[in-house]
Write a protein that binds this ligand. Sequence first.
Ligand code: PMP
Length: 425
Amino acid sequence: MDRTNSRDRELRARAEAVIPGGMYGHQAVGLLPDDYPQFFEKGEGAHIWDADGRRYLDFMCAYGPNLFGYANPQIDAAYVRQLGLGDTLTGPTALMVEMAEAMVAMVSHAQWAMFCKNGTDATSMALTIARAHTRKKTVIRAKGAYHGAAAWCTPRPAGVIETDRAHQIFCDYNDVGSLEEAVRQAGDDLACIFAAPFKHDAFIDQAEPDLAYARRVREICDQTGALLIVDDVRAGLRLARDCSWSKIGVQPDLSTWGKCIANGHPISALAGADKARKAASAIYVTGSFWYQAAPMAAGLETLRLVRDTDYLERITALGQRLRDGLAERAKAAGFSLRQTGPVTMPLFLFDDDPDLRKGFCFSSEMLARGVYVHPWHNMFLCAAMTEQDIDGALDAAEGAFGVLKRNVGDLAPVEKLAFLSAGAR
Ligand code: PMP
């Protein structure tokens, strides 16, 4: 897609002057195909419009927050109503208690909840509580798992000093031997073990949690007194109406939530078991905007929809329809496409595609046909999608596979992802 003279290009040029790097963090499109837009103007239901007015069926859902559709009328009405009454006040409103009650009612391992703004706030707070609870320092987490952008967990080394990363041991997700070795190294200093609900690292196939691994994590925490933390910031509410590990019958002590719990309005949460209540009340954590009432009103409405609708069954059926349809079309075009992860959070990777040149071509062709997919990060389904949307995406995929098939021999290397072929995957 030619974006020369586009509003997106103009905004990027202006951004270069006043925003470091032009854009930063997970929403910077630097590692996406060149035709991906950086700027958007609106979202409605399952669709987004870029700054040039092009409309896309959006399989990124804002990287998760959009669960019930952009500008969901019920959720946004609750938000706006509260905004008119008061948002950031000298103290919280009753909504904070109601939101905590709703979280406790929904998350079976939890007897209390605390609220903050971003997933990173929740994971960092979980770490602090685990250290306060155990009076120990060491955290075990899986290599490559994302838990946020604070100094202790950011994936980029710039500006991070050794002491920010001290007392952390890494293991391989789903590998009991590697977990046990990490526990051995922690000695008698283990404060907590972080676990993603499933392996949802970027650039590689996603993987379900291995039951033996999950149970062993629980056992080790029970034996040592360390806290088990499930980081449900990304996957929460797309696998279960409870902590995602409730599906495999393993209950954490703490779970972290964010992204979609208020359908995109700014609030995240930490939910915990009674055993960690004392430590949770001892630490000092806060923020100017942590008690905002309007996101809590939106959160309550979102959790009501979680409880009272069949959204989960619907997005699961839509995800399955997408997976089956895509498998069929990939096969017909002669491609081996790996679709991994839960159907509500799919990731597509082509076989024999070390620098993702096939993935880039396919994604660009989908974009040109009005479907926003991601070539190396898991995607998300939302309850505003319909069977017609999925079928439209499958038609687009048929076209995209066709173009890929014609050009597969001549695709240029994806220079910006050369680090993948260099063995970083
Ligand atoms: N944990 C996980 C698993 C995440 O996916 C994310 C965000 N992508 C975070 C934590 C951090 O959340 P936030 O970006 O809201 O700080």
